[in-house]
Design a protein around this ligand. Structure first.
Ligand code: BG6
Length: 506
């Protein structure tokens, strides 16, 4: 739908082959909040193939009409386009159905196969299937085995139809479990049939990191140790654990955000230019960055990492409880809700340049920001002016855009400098920030385009770094407290002040 002149020439014309998306765990929040609104928005944008169908699979018995009504409600509430276009929804909903069954029961997969074959006949979906596993990771292997047992996984060499499996995070809880899961999945599926979702990669501003770095020549000569002093990456949230205490107790910030989303941002900031913009070339370069991350020895874990946990405080003027008072959280919990790290990427480009990264819940505000801090001038001519970094800040969310900060003369008789900003904002340039991450990612799976999905070796290499850190933390002191609504514990500041630097004020 191109009713905005600023978006002219932007609409995609890539339409997938007819197919059915099967969502396991369809009664969960993700389906209602993200997946169905994303599919509906793809329909609004006319990007779905003819006959496109969706089947939800979950344990509770439910007629198709009830499932459709629930999804309609979810879309009305969570779609980025409101209100729902009823005529379009009714058309879309004709392809939406529900299959009841337990994931460990072979009969579930037989009913599913019958429904899929029926759709192939009535809606011409041609045996093409995307299986979306929106379930706890413990179910992944069983579901994939169930699908294979019912003959629902087409051979990858069969070019007449496709079977693809999408896995929500987390992929393993440490190196060992991630490897075991990978081995299990590869018994049935080839890597090219596996799509590990990291929804950060679906964000427009994250993809723009590649466009900015490799679609422009001006910054590339500066993008290295000769000109860059350090890099900072922040993924801050003001929300707490939002009723997900049970999950969070086991996960903590490292597993929830850092090992996946944040490490992807680091890889995109640090990678070399790929030889082509395709799935393997891009992911090869990201893996090289992860391999070059300097491993932290046990001693380094205490020196270069910080973990914190929020205590009661105030967010936007409202008093909020501490993490240990959240539902399903132990009153003596040692789970981190904040962490910060100092990493080095040991290669020619980045030798000696620290990457400071931090993430947390109940911080002062919601912001994701990647900032590149350039080296100071070699000789200061303007001694009266405070020395400020030149900073290039890639704002991932909210207010997506890019800011370049540099010194400028303050008008007047004195030679006084002050930092000023040069700004690009998506809203102003394109009239909006574009589709939601899940729209792009679901479309890409249907198209068989894997660039924005995490490859097996990326996950493994990331765990190779973070598993030893988790081991170190287990034996170390408990997380340091910080008041909700602040920027984390004191040690997070100290991580930079020790090096004569400070976190960018966000
Ligand atoms: C998810 C985490 O992967 O990312 C959540 O499980 C977190 O805890 C969310 O809130 C953040 O995503 P976004 O898109 O809001 O930055």
């Amino acid at each position: 739908m191109n009713d905005n002149p600023l978006r002219e020439g932007i609409a995609s014309d890539r339409i997938p082959d007819p197919c059915t998306v099967v969502i396991f765990g369809a009664s969960g929040d993700l389906t209602k909040r993200k997946l169905m609104p994303a599919l509906y928005n793809l329909a609004v944008s006319r990007l779905l193939p003819p006959g496109f169908s969706v089947l939800g699979v979950a344990r509770r018995p439910k007629p198709d009409e009830v499932f459709r009504a629930e999804q309609h409600e979810g879309v009305s509430q969570f779609s980025r386009r409101k209100p729902v276009e009823e005529v379009l929804w009714n058309d879309f909903a004709q392809g939406v159905g529900y299959v009841q069954g337990s994931f460990d029961d072979a009969a579930t997969y037989v009913s599913l196969r019958e429904r899929l074959e029926h759709l192939d006949r009535t809606r011409n979906t041609r045996g093409n299937r995307v299986f979306y596993l929106s379930t706890p990771p413990a179910e992944f292997s069983g579901i994939v085995r169930g699908l294979a047992g019912a003959g629902l996984i087409a051979d990858r060499k069969d070019t007449s139809r496709f079977s693809r499996v999408v896995l929500e995070k987390p992929f393993g809880v440490d190196l060992h479990s991630a490897e075991a899961l990978d081995t299990d999945l590869h018994q049935v599926l080839s890597e090219s049939q596996l799509y590990r979702i990291d929804h950060y990669l679906g964000k427009e501003a994250v993809q723009n990191m590649l466009a900015f770095r490799f679609g422009n020549a001006i910054f590339e000569p500066l993008w290295n140790r000769a000109h860059i002093d350090h890099v900072q990456i922040t993924v801050a949230e003001d929300i707490g654990v939002e009723g997900r205490g049970k999950f969070y107790e086991k996960a903590g910030t490292l597993r929830d955000i850092v090992q996946n989303h944040l490490i992807q941002l680091l890889a995109l900031a640090a990678m070399e230019a790929p030889v082509a913009f395709d799935a393997n070339a891009v992911r090869d370069e990201k893996v090289k960055v992860l391999r070059a991350l300097r491993p932290l020895s046990r001693e380094d874990v205490y020196r270069y990492t910080v973990r914190g946990q929020y205590h009661p405080g105030g967010v936007s003027g409202k008093a909020v409880p501490g993490y240990r008072e959240e539902p399903d959280v132990s009153p003596t919990s040692r789970t981190e809700t904040f962490c910060a790290f100092k990493f080095y990427v040991d290669n020619w480009r980045w030798h000696g340049v620290p990457f400071y990264i931090r993430a947390g819940k109940r911080l002062a505000r919601r912001i994701t920001d990647v900032s590149v801090h350039f080296k100071a001038v070699p000789h200061r001519l303007f001694a009266d002016s405070p020395a400020e970094d030149n900073v290039l800040a890639l704002r991932i969310q909210p207010d997506e855009g890019i800011t370049l900060r540099f010194a400028s003369k303050v008008p007047g008789p004195r030679n006084l400098l002050r930092p000023v900003n040069m700004e690009f904002r998506y809203g102003a340039a394109f009239g909006g920030s574009g589709p939601e991450a899940y729209e792009r990612l679901l479309l890409d799976v249907m198209l068989g385009e894997a660039t924005l999905f995490t490859r097996s070796d990326e996950v493994r290499t990331s765990w190779e770094h973070f598993s030893p850190i988790l081991d170190g933390w287990r034996e170390g002191p408990e997380p340091e407290p910080y008041a909700a609504g602040t920027w984390g514990p004191a040690s997070a500041e100290a991580l930079l002040t020790r090096d004569g630097r400070r976190w960018r004020r966000l």
